[in-house]
Design a protein around this ligand. Sequence first.
Ligand code: HEC
Length: 136
Amino acid sequence: MRAAVLTLAALLAAGPVLAAAPAPATSAWTRTGAPDTGQGGPVEQGRAVFHNRCSICHSQSAGPGRDGPSDMPGTFSLNFKYQGEKPAALEERTDLTPEVVKFYVRNGSGYMPHFRKTYVSDMELDALAAYLTRKR
Ligand code: HEC
């Protein structure tokens, strides 16, 4: 009993220390080592935002620790949806409009989460739309 009380006291004492530990700055959908989104024009910034927030699900190819398109829920789903009529990788699409990009990012769809303004700001979303609808 005495040991239990001591353990409890120790835990209570450690509480504020644990609570003060800083929360991690990244989430499950964030890549680290990403380029600075403050550089370049809208298309370059959009490319960086895409790398940070979208490529984990929408990349076109395998990368370190990844298993190719089947390991990327976005690319995999769009491959299934369009059956080869359109490229499965978003960055290869030429039919996207800013409205479509913004709708999906703010609302999500199926397995795709929606992104709040605190996570992808309106400015970042404008840049993303510019990148995914860039002229090629
Ligand atoms: C967790 C994985 C995930 C992340 C992160 C993600 N998506 Fe998606 N996205 C998906 C999936 C899965 C679909 C297919 C959803 C469906 O079919 O309903 C999709 C669909 C889309 C579509 C619809 C394309 C079409 O023709 O139907 C767009 C546009 C899109 N995503 C853009 C983005 C952008 C831009 C980002 C980054 C801000 C992003 N997604 C981040 C998983 C993701």
